[in-house]
Ligand binder design. Sequence first.
Ligand SMILES: [Zn+2]
Length: 266
Amino acid sequence: MQCTKCGKMAVIVRSYEGRALCRKHFFDSVDRTVRKTIRIGKQIPRGSHVAIGMSGGVDSVLLLYQLCTLSKKRDDLKVSAIVVDEGIRGYSKEVMRFAEKAAELAGIALYQLSYKDMFGMTLDDFMRKLKGRDLDTCAVCLSLRCAAFERKADEIGADRVALPVNMDDEAQGIISGYFCGDDGAGVVVRSFVQKKADIHIIMPLSRVLGNEAVLYAKLKGFDALSLECPHACGSVRLKIRGVLDELEERHPGIKFNVVNARVKAL
Ligand SMILES: [Zn+2]
């Protein structure tokens, strides 16, 4: 297959837009999408200090790369990173080590904190405490992590937290919101967080498909953890991910439609 734009060998065929792209034009396209997402959403005004909420996946490294590239062009932008130790055995420590290495390579400061320091409990302690309530562990963890990122960002003087959320995550979040109703986990978590910091949450990768983020990272030679959180297997989101992936395969563009329908409804 040849690139629709230049005729060179294609690295990706985008069925959802009926074109193939070579390495260069694929990178250009993803970079442009991220810049446009930031610009249209006015996500990073002048003088911002953005803290990247790191996890171990490719999206974190891609976000780190995109924001560090942007900060080289913008003197007014400061970028740093935050990582949270959830206290999940066999997982959290690996993510911490990974984030340390990634931040060091990127030459930015990394700030660490743990659920234990912040809430006095690890995620496992939390789930034991909430036993008997029908709460998704991933949903509780996500809310806790956001609260932790916001708290730390406030401490280090950052005014926004960038989350490594891609379009697949965004579509999953929308559908699970429909299936699981309002944010039960969020309500529980908020009861543990006394004061909410005034921090903007931004998601510059929310228009990049998950498989394209993976391809981008692979072609650039970025390292990422292949480790999956042990709690993910029981989560509703993971089941929805499977359904959305299957639908996308048969009807390219489904994930865009889910996210666009939500944007139009707001
Ligand atoms: Zn090309």
